[in-house]
Design a protein around this ligand. Structure first.
Ligand SMILES: CC/C=C\C/C=C\C/C=C\C=C\CC(=O)SCCNC(=O)CCNC(=O)[C@H](O)C(C)(C)COP(=O)(O)OP(=O)(O)OC[C@H]1O[C@@H](n2cnc3c(N)ncnc32)[C@H](O)[C@@H]1OP(=O)(O)O
Length: 295
């Protein structure tokens, strides 16, 4: 809902706040300084250097736990209301892993209340990131399955490390679970219906070069150049007038966002009744055991 409000109202609001900024002079400068200080969170670092960079840092694989998702949404919201921040680069603090997707342990052996709270946090992250008014660029410096791929697809532009060992995709069916409709819609909006249909059914993970071929990522560069390329791309995107770019983004994304907002509670109920099934719990357990055994 918040993301929706931002999408609808924020272009004029930002223009208004721009004139307030000039008139109020010193006060605005102080507020600007306050809001531009790096935030020191535990699992989502926000660095304010040449560009604003959000770095996921949840060892070992940046799985998206309830804590990480909550911290992520709060940090993004702070940047969203910061008049000095027009764009954000999303990346990982670890080499070789962007994000392992949703934390599977949050979906195993917990209460229905926990699953509902967890799923609401997943939705909130998506609403905020997909609905962001800022330019969002994913600097994908490693593998990015499922929820990690979703986060990357929420961004306006995706740069990935050129290494066939790194793969990205929505692999949910491989775990015996189903990507919900808004994951599907995000992928359709990124790579089109036919590729999505095949990818989702097969739970396909794409090595970086194949991800480029199907348009799941926009550019491949060497691992060392991922972040600097993201900074360069950011200047290009920021050269476009904000209001025009934001309204265009809203026109493109609003129907998809509205669809989740409208069905949000039903989607939570669906998730809870799906994930609490014995057969699904067993599938997840088998998948986790396999992950642990592969060493
Ligand atoms: C009808 C429909 C209605 C409603 C919708 C219903 C359901 C939708 C439900 C859910 C949607 C979910 C989306 C998801 O995101 S599910 C998560 C999918 N993620 C994965 O499959 C990734 C699995 N991990 C990997 O492939 C690899 O770990 C890796 C490539 C990310 C990294 O490989 P490494 O070799 O570097 O590291 P590992 O040794 O494999 O892992 C280290 C460590 O981390 C644990 N781990 C890995 N991934 C996860 C994870 N996603 N969650 C929790 N824990 C994870 C792994 O077990 C290792 O643990 P130990 O060190 O052995 O303890």
């Amino acid at each position: 809902m918040a993301a929706q409000a931002v999408l609808r109202s924020s272009a004029p609001a930002r223009l208004l706040s721009g004139s307030f900024y000039i008139r109020k002079g010193v006060l605005a400068s102080w507020q600007h300084y306050q809001s531009r200080r790096p935030f020191s969170n535990e699992k989502v670092l926000v660095e304010l250097d040449e560009s604003t960079v959000m770095k996921m840092k949840n060892p070992p694989v940046n799985s998206l736990s309830l804590d990480v998702l909550t911290e992520f949404s709060i940090s993004l919201e702070k940047l969203e209301i910061d008049r000095g921040c027009r764009g954000v680069i999303l990346t990982s603090a670890f080499p070789k892993i962007f994000s392992a997707g949703l934390d599977i342990t949050e979906m195993c052996g917990k209460s229905a209340e926990h699953y509902a709270a967890f799923w609401r946090a997943v939705q909130e992250m998506w609403l905020k990131l997909y609905g962001s008014n800022m330019v969002t660029i994913a600097a994908i410096n490693g593998s990015s399955p499922a929820g990690g791929c979703l986060m990357a697809m929420c961004c306006d532009y995706r740069i990935m490390a050129d290494n066939p060992k790194f793969a990205i995709g929505l692999n949910e069916t491989q775990l015996g679970i189903v990507a919900p409709f808004w994951f599907k819609e995000t992928m359709v909006n990124t790579v089109g219906n036919r590729v999505t249909e095949q990818s989702l059914q097969l739970g396909q993970m794409y090595p970086a070069p194949d991800a480029l071929k199907i348009g799941l990522v926009d550019k491949l560069v060497t691992e060392e150049k991922v972040q600097s390329t993201a900074v360069a791309a950011m200047s290009q995107w920021l050269a476009v007038p904000d209001h025009a770019r934001q309204i265009t983004k809203s026109i493109m994304r609003k129907p998809t966002i509205d669809n989740l907002v409208k069905h949000r509670e039903a989607d939570i109920n669906n998730f809870v009744s799906f994930i609490t099934k014995d057969s699904i719990q067993k599938s997840l357990q088998v998948y986790m055991d396999r992950l642990k055994q592969k060493k």
